[in-house]
Write a protein that binds this ligand. Structure first.
Ligand SMILES: Cc1ncc(COP(=O)(O)O)c(C=O)c1O
Length: 460
């Protein structure tokens, strides 16, 4: 280890600190001037070694200005949480430790910390304490893992071990999703060989909730995938009613709650996610509403044996009471110890901090809704959570305003299409957002409404 190596580490800490400290003063989306700095990455691959500290300095000088300030307080795009400073700092420790977190023998520290994180997650989400938890990269990967466990379980009921024998020759089984299922879940169906079109699709209502009356009859070879938190509207499928039916039929119920599952951690909102505890598997993200840094997903399976069976190749059955190593609870062997960031986030927040974070984001969404309504916008969703879908006059005008606001750099939100209507979607998911940020966002929208009033719309 050279002095230069040590300098690089110190420099990275200092530069990261000033990045974090100054984030809310940056443009939320980089402008043309900031993007120019990316030219630096066109340099040819050096023949010889480069100094470590100088490499980190270049990374900051050319890379940082062109980042999107998703960890700042006025990023409302997609459903993107910020990064709690303690969780970020824990992530630095994870990098310094560099543990391939597959087995306790590879890292007793990570095994113990991730086990604590798992316990707290189950407690926060009010899910069975005996469930198995693991930490994949995100909800996409978590859905894939949960569906693999579900597929195995429903086929085992027909005495067919799909993981040994493969899908060719497997007895029939059914998968039910809604027409508002997240694209990543649909991708998972393809990857798993279930088939994106070989599913039964239930229509949804004006909020994107599964229509209960359209749910087909169920049996014990059926997997039903429901959603806790629609990516646009934030709505929840009628999960308690669906759970009663899956339970009666012996079907497998999977909940994609990439962000909405965290409603269960907030007393004022938990009613939205009632009945979810009856499901067989659940997915959520740390990197969204829990505000861990990317990447961090969480997959939970009621029957640890079902998860273990699908994710291990060595043991068909695990001994009673044995703690299953991480490698047998998800797909990878070597992996980042990302559960450590969950532990850190949950520890610094505590029970009250987490419920405040969730409830405050939802309160901000209400303020946005009220402010937009006052300015003549149409709100397309019932704002029950942290999501606001809105439009002004026409799709074209809405897009003009959105583009103008985002170009100013004060805040950022994305376009969406909701029930046939072009709109904007604003998601409040960051611990850092305060009332003043919502006011600033509304002011920016008001200014853009004025500045674009005379602009020709694309179709005019
Ligand atoms: C409901 C839902 N499921 C799955 C995902 C995918 O999550 P990730 O990007 O963490 O893989 C999202 C992302 O927004 C989502 O909202």
């Amino acid at each position: 280890m050279t002095e230069d190596d040590m300098d690089a580490l110190g420099l990275a800490a200092t530069l990261s600190q000033s990045y974090v400290r100054g984030i809310s003063k940056r443009r939320v989306f980089p402008g043309d001037m900031e993007l120019v700095s990316l030219e630096a990455f066109r340099e040819p691959w050096p023949d010889g070694p480069s100094p470590a500290a100088e490499t980190i300095r270049l990374l900051d000088a050319a890379g940082s200005p062109a980042t999107v300030a998703t960890t700042g307080s006025r990023y409302f795009g997609f459903v993107t949480g910020g990064a709690l400073p303690a969780a970020l700092a824990a992530d630095w420790m994870v990098s310094a430790w560099d543990q391939p977190a597959a087995l306790p023998i590879l890292s007793p520290a990570v095994a113990a910390i991730e086990s604590a994180a798992a316990r707290w997650v189950l407690e926060a989400l009010n899910l069975p304490t005996s469930a198995a938890v693991s930490f994949p990269t995100g909800a996409s990967y978590g859905n894939l893992i949960a569906l693999a466990a579900a597929r195995r379980a429903v086929l085992l009921r027909q005495n067919y071990d799909v993981d040994e024998l493969g899908l060719r020759g497997a007895p029939p089984f059914r998968v039910i999703i809604s027409d508002e299922a997240h694209s990543t879940l649909i991708k998972g169906l393809g990857v798993l060989g279930i088939g994106r079109q070989a599913v039964e699709i239930v229509p949804t209502d004006d909020q994107g909730r599964m229509r209960l009356e359209a749910l087909p009859p169920l049996d014990d070879s059926t997997i039903v995938c429901v959603q806790a938190g629609n990516v646009n509207s934030g709505s929840f499928d009628p999960i308690a009613d669906i759970a009663a039916r899956t339970k009666a039929a012996g079907a497998w119920l999977h909940v994609d709650g990439a962000f909405g599952l965290w409603a269960r951690a907030a007393p004022q909102l938990a009613h939205l996610a009632a009945g979810i505890e009856h499901a067989d598997s659940w997915v959520t993200d740390g990197h969204k509403w829990l505000n861990t840094p990317y990447d961090c997903g969480i997959v939970i399976c009621r029957d640890p044996q079902a998860l273990h069976g699908a994710m291990s190749i060595t043991a068909a059955y695990m001994p009673e009471g044995e703690i299953v190593p991480a490698k047998d609870r998800l797909i990878e062997f070597s992996r980042r110890a990302r559960g450590v960031t969950v532990w850190a986030a949950m520890r610094v927040l505590g029970r009250q901090g987490l419920s405040n974070l969730i409830e405050t984001c939802c309160k901000h969404a209400q303020t946005l809704r009220a402010g937009l309504l006052k300015m003549g916008w149409t709100i397309h969703n019932d704002v029950i959570l942290n999501q606001v879908v809105a439009s002004y006059e026409s799709g074209e005008r809405t897009e003009l305003i959105r583009t103008a606001v985002n170009a100013e750099g004060i805040c950022w939100f994305g376009p969406t299409r909701w029930r046939g209507q072009d709109a904007i979607r604003m998601s409040v998911s960051s611990w850092a957002t305060a009332e003043g940020d919502i006011e600033a966002a509304l002011d920016a929208i008001s200014a853009a409404m004025i500045s674009t009033a005379q602009s020709p719309t694309p179709s005019s």
